[in-house]
Design a protein around this ligand. Structure first.
Ligand SMILES: Cc1cc2nc3c(=O)[nH]c(=O)nc-3n(C[C@H](O)[C@H](O)[C@H](O)COP(=O)(O)OP(=O)(O)OC[C@H]3O[C@@H](n4cnc5c(N)ncnc54)[C@H](O)[C@@H]3O)c2cc1C
Length: 443
C-alpha cells in the first residue's frame, strides 16, 4: 500500500499531545505537510485532567489556544475529549491531514508507505508502538530507563443529580477517611446540559485492593451497582460510606447506573531514547506519554511543554538552523543542566543516530531534563502522600483524637447507607470499617 509521498512529517497518535504538536508546527511553518495517523475512529475517553495555564508557555499563539488558556486560568479542569475536539478542530483549520481508524504497527511500516517522510513523531501514548521502533535493538529490559510504581488509585465516577458541592474535608471528609481507612480526593464537575454534575472520587488504596480490581480499566470499567455483589467487601464498604456521606450532608442523589470504578497504577517511566535515526531518511522523535509518564496529574502538562519545544525544534530542523531557547527559565536551565550532565556522563544520552540535527538534539535534552526534574517532584509528592496516609492511620487509632466521626455522625451515615443497601450489607460494612485503617489494612 502506498498512500503518497507528500508528507514531511507523520505523527502517530491523534491524542492531545499529537494534535498539539501538529498545530504548533503548522502555526510556526504552514508550508510543512503534516499527517496524523490515529488508531481510533472516535474519541472515547472523557476523564478530567488538570491543566496548568503555564503549560502553554512559549506556545505559538492562536485565538482558539488563547481562549483555552484563559479558560484554564479560572478553572484548571478540562475533559480530555473537550481538549481533543478543540485541537482537532484547530488542526483541521490549519490544514493538518488526519486519518482516523489507522492503527500503525511499527515505524518501518510508515517509512515503507510514505517514502517521502522525513520525520516520524510517536505521540501514541503510554503503550507506544513507535517507542518500540525507536528503542529497537535494545533488550526488552532496556527500553525503559526506569519504570516505577508509586501508588494505586481507584477512581469512582458518577453523575450526581442536579448541582452538588465538594465535601467539607476538615469536618466530614478527613474523619470519614480515618473511618474507612483510605485517603480520598474529590473532583466535582460543573452541572451539564442534562442537569447532572459529573463527580470523580479518587481513593488512594493499598496494592491488595488495587490488585483485586486490576482489570477495571478506562475502556472496561466496573459498573458498581450491577456488579456490587461480585466486588470485594472492603471496596463496597469504602464506596458506600463515601456516597452515603455525600447523600447525608449534601442531599446528593446520583444516577445509579452511572457509578463506575477503575483502577490505575500511579507510576513513572521514561523511554531510553527520545530521538533516533537508523541511517535512513526518516528521523524518529517521541513526545507525550510515548516519551515519559509521571504520576500526580502532570503527564499531560509535561506532554504539552515538550510538544511546544519539539514543534519549535522541528521547524528549525527543516530550516536547517540551530535552535536557541526562547527565554524561559525552565528551558534555559534544562538545556544547560542537561548538556552539562551528559558531558560529565551523569545522564544517559537520549538520542542516537548519525543524521540528528542540533535542534532535535536540543529537544531530546530538554525532554530528558524535564523528565528528570519531574521525577524528583513526583518522588517528593509520593513521600508527602505516604506521610499523610501514615499520619491519618496513626491518628485513626490514638485514643485522644479529636477529629473523628462523632457517634451521631456515624449513625447518620449508617442510616444513609441503609437507603441504598440491605441491612446485611450495612452490618458487613460496619464490621469492615469498625477499626478504620487498622482493619482495612489487615484485610
Ligand atoms: C484518569 C486520568 C487522569 C489524568 N489526569 C491528568 C491530569 O490531571 N493532568 C495531567 O497532566 N495529566 C493527566 N493524565 C494523563 C494524561 O491524560 C495523559 O498524559 C495524556 O492523555 C497523554 O496524551 P498523549 O497524547 O501523549 O497520549 P494519549 O492521550 O494516550 O493519546 C495517544 C493517541 O495515540 C493513539 N494511538 C495509540 N497507538 C496507536 C497506533 N499504534 N497507531 C495509531 N494511533 C495510536 C491513541 O488512540 C490515542 O488517540 C490523566 C490520565 C488519566 C488516565
Amino acid at each position: 500500500m502506498s498512500l503518497g509521498n507528500q508528507q514531511d512529517i507523520i505523527i502517530v497518535g491523534g491524542g492531545p499531545v499529537g494534535l498539539w504538536t501538529a498545530s504548533q508546527i503548522k502555526l510556526l511553518n504552514p508550508q510543512l505537510n503534516i499527517l496524523i495517523l490515529e488508531k481510533h475512529e472516535n474519541y472515547k475517553r472523557s476523564h478530567f485532567a488538570f491543566l496548568e495555564a503555564n503549560s502553554f508557555e512559549l506556545m505559538a499563539e492562536h485565538p482558539n489556544l488563547m481562549d483555552l488558556k484563559n479558560r484554564l486560568q479560572s478553572d484548571k479542569k478540562i475533559k480530555t475529549s473537550e481538549l481533543e475536539e478543540t485541537l482537532f478542530e484547530l488542526c483541521n483549520q490549519l490544514g493538518v491531514q488526519i486519518i482516523k481508524g489507522f492503527p500503525v504497527e511499527c515505524g518501518k511500516e510508515i517509512e515503507a508507505n510514505f517514502p517521502g517522510v522525513q520525520l516520524i513523531i510517536g505521540a501514541d501514548g503510554a503503550h507506544s508502538t513507535i517507542r518500540k521502533t525507536v528503542c529497537s535493538g535494545l533488550l526488552e529490559s532496556e527500553i525503559f530507563k526506569y519504570s516505577n510504581h508509586f501508588h494505586t488509585l481507584m477512581e469512582v465516577k458518577y453523575q450526581a443529580i442536579g448541582e452538588t458541592k465538594p465535601m467539607d474535608m476538615i469536618n466530614i471528609g478527613y474523619p470519614l477517611m480515618k473511618h474507612i481507612g483510605v485517603v480520598v480526593n474529590e473532583i466535582i464537575g460543573k452541572q451539564n446540559e442534562s442537569g447532572n454534575s459529573p463527580i470523580t472520587l479518587q481513593f488512594f488504596v493499598n496494592e491488595n485492593i488495587g490488585e483485586s480490581i486490576k482489570n477495571a480499566t478506562f475502556k472496561n470499567p466496573i459498573q458498581f451497582h450491577s456488579m456490587k455483589e461480585t466486588l470485594p467487601n472492603q471496596i463496597r464498604a469504602i464506596i458506600e460510606f463515601w456516597l452515603a456521606a455525600r447523600f447525608q450532608y449534601y442531599a446528593e442523589k446520583h444516577v445509579e447506573s452511572s457509578v463506575t470504578i477503575t483502577s490505575t497504577k500511579l507510576g513513572s517511566y521514561a523511554s531510553r531514547y527520545y530521538v533516533r535515526n537508523f541511517g535512513t531518511k526518516a528521523i524518529y522523535c517521541l513526545v507525550g506519554d510515548a516519551a515519559f509518564g509521571m504520576p500526580f496529574f502532570r503527564s499531560l502538562n509535561n506532554g504539552l511543554l515538550c510538544a511546544t519545544i519539539l514543534a519549535q525544534c522541528v521547524v528549525k530542523h527543516f530550516e536547517g538552523k540551530d535552535y536557541q531557547f526562547a527565554f524561559s527559565l525552565e528551558g534555559v536551565v534544562n538545556s544547560l543542566v542537561g548538556g552539562t550532565k551528559q558531558f560529565l556522563g551523569l545522564s544517559n544520552i537520549p538520542y542516537e543516530g548519525e543524521h540528528i540535527s542540533q535542534p532535535l538534539i536540543k529537544y531530546a535534552s530538554y525532554a530528558m531534563n524535564l523528565e528528570e526534574s519531574q521525577l524528583k517532584i513526583a518522588r517528593a509528592k509520593s513521600i508527602g502522600l505516604k506521610t499523610f496516609q501514615t499520619w491519618t492511620k496513626i491518628s485513626a487509632i490514638v485514643p485522644w483524637q479529636v477529629n473523628k466521626l462523632r457517634p451521631e455522625q456515624l449513625e447518620e451515615v449508617r442510616t444513609a447507607i441503609g437507603i441504598f443497601s440491605s441491612e446485611d450489607d450495612r452490618e458487613m460494612y460496619d464490621d469492615i470499617v469498625e477499626d478504620g485503617f487498622v482493619l482495612v489494612e489487615k484485610l
